[in-house]
Design a protein around this ligand. Structure first.
Ligand code: BYC
Ligand code: FE
Ligand code: FE
Length: 472
């Protein structure tokens, strides 16, 4: 399996040549995809050489090859992780049955919905980020943006492959719709809220790749456990690409935070803005905004959809095979904070109904760890400020907590308090305008904008002053 066929019009490791019908269907979709990329992909830069990695094998080691590529020439294709022989289903009601190689009829609609939801986020993120190239803080960052963009494009291909292969006419129609919805569009928006929010500055970009791509990691990991084997294998390979997206977000935020701390320490009044940086309180507000939208991406705390996905062996928990010993989740409960008569109280919820919340737990732990690391960096500069992860109930638009107002500590507050304190918690128009005012492109090799620290090392062991994007 491993090796990828690059001779075909659509690179793949799924023997596309052997299935002419499927190949023709995908080849019909390909020009529509390329038109979408030209219209909605990165604005400008399409004729520039970008130092990109391309998958050359789906093996765990040595799968990536780095070279200059013009983005429209990127070889978007279909790569699945290697099949495990004789794989059986390992969770839910179908434990012990051979993994499905075809879609079980009774779960067709449900699976299609999961795949469409996942697929929809990929082009959405490219649309959200399409103008960021014009204000990149360095060539290194510009290249990372485009790497993330082409790979999100490939993730769309991954889901379209599943729709075309396993869902017939309906699947092909859904694949067309994935190119028709538009992030933020009033009439044809993307499916999930976080993917309709504008992402027009680099602080937002790094928050997005830190927090939204990390939701991607958790969702893909739970789908990688799926009893529907082609979905599992598709998601396993996507996860190898996802690691870099989160690296971009995590290190990008860390670099902004370091620079903020450094400038705070340098300025006599401790004001990073006075020295052209982004101040730590503003960074906190951007974190609050994006993290709360990304917590929504896990769905309702109590969800019959989630219970069905798990019960039907379609979507497992994070690390289901490796980290759990009991795989039915029956007869078990978890305690959940719920609101009764306007007050928070705890109730026991059947574990299957709480699967979204279980997934959210691991995600929040990872965010906590990152913030602890960032706080260490701040302390290194002798600056007395600690970033925090807002409570999971803060600023929610979906789920149990969306019906009430909460402060970042997770306490219920009234509307007057919310209105008064909101400017301290979420980016105000003037915060956004300030951050936007800093967004001036730096395209000289080795140079970095003033509001962000340089990266620790280059991409693929290249030096920092390497021409990650060529402008000639
Ligand atoms: N916004 O039972 P509920 C990524 C809807 S990121 C708007 O709470 P469920 C990436 C829901 O659709 C990973 N609507 O939710 C990152 C339902 O609507 P209907 C993406 C929302 O189904 C960066 C209703 O509320 N992957 O890959 O248990 C760059 C009640 O549903 C939202 C996936 O999402 C929201 N946030 O769970 C690029 C995996 N949340 O049907 C890419 C596939 C819920 O009542 N998706 N609703 O009208 C799923 O597994 C589930 O659909 C969800 C929601 C976890 C999203
Ligand atoms: Fe993705
Ligand atoms: Fe991603």
């Amino acid at each position: 399996m491993g090796a990828i066929d690059y001779q075909s019009r659509i690179p793949n490791n799924v023997r596309l040549d052997d299935d002419k019908r499927l190949q023709r269907a995908l080849e019909r979709w390909q020009p529509d995809y390329l038109r979408w990329w030209q219209d909605m992909g990165p604005d400008g830069f399409q004729t520039k050489d970008v130092y990109l990695r391309t998958a050359i094998s789906a093996d765990k080691d040595g799968w990536a090859h780095f070279d200059y590529v013009k983005m429209p020439d990127y070889r978007w294709g279909i790569f699945l992780a290697e099949a495990e022989p004789d794989r059986t289903i390992h969770f839910g009601d179908h434990i012990g049955e051979p993994a499905w190689q075809e879609v079980p009829g009774e779960y067709r609609t449900m699976l299609r919905r999961i795949i469409v939801t996942q697929g929809d986020t990929e082009p959405a993120s490219v649309e959200q980020q399409r103008r960021l190239g014009q204000t990149a803080p360095s060539l290194y960052d510009l290249r990372n943006l485009f790497q993330v963009n082409v790979e999100e494009g490939r993730h769309l291909w991954a889901m379209v492959y599943l729709l075309h292969s396993y869902f017939g006419k309906e699947g092909r129609d859904e694949a067309d719709e994935l190119l028709a919805r538009r992030s933020g569009d009033a009439d044809k928006p993307r499916i999930l809220d976080a993917f309709n929010q504008p992402c027009t500055d680099w602080l937002s970009f790094f928050c997005f790749t830190m927090f939204a791509d990390r939701d991607g990691k958790y969702q893909l990991a739970s789908l990688a456990e799926s009893g529907f084997d082609p979905l599992g294998r598709t998601c396993r390979f996507m996860l190898t690409e996802e690691a870099h997206h989160m690296f971009v977000g995590d290190t990008g935020l860390e670099r902004i935070i370091r620079r903020a701390a450094e400038l705070t320490a340098q300025d006599p009044n401790g004001d990073a803005r006075a020295l052209g940086g982004i101040d730590l309180p503003t960074i906190q507000k951007f974190i609050n905004f994006w993290l709360s939208y990304c917590l929504d991406l896990f769905g309702s705390e109590i969800s019959t959809n989630a219970a069905d996905y798990f019960g039907h062996s379609l979507k497992g928990r994070f690390g289901e095979a490796k980290r759990y010993t009991e795989h039915t989740a029956l007869g078990q409960h978890r305690t959940m904070d719920v609101i009764r008569d306007g007050k928070l109280t705890q109730e026991d919820v059947a574990l299957r109904l709480a699967m979204n919340e279980e997934l959210r737990d691991g995600y929040i732990d990872e965010c906590d760890n990152a913030v602890r690391r960032w706080n260490k960096a701040i302390a290194e500069y002798g600056v007395n400020f600690e970033l925090t992860v807002p409570n999971r109930r803060f600023h929610r638009r979906q789920g149990l907590y969306s019906t009430h107002l909460f402060n970042p500590q997770g306490e219920i507050i009234d509307a007057a308090t919310w209105d008064r304190r909101m400017p301290d918690w979420l980016p105000s128009e003037s915060d956004k305008a300030y951050v936007r005012s800093l967004m001036q492109p730096v395209y000289e090799p080795g140079k970095v904008a003033n509001w962000i620290a340089p990266p620790r090392r280059g991409i693929n062991d290249q030096p920092m002053d390497f021409a990650y994007v060529r402008f000639d």
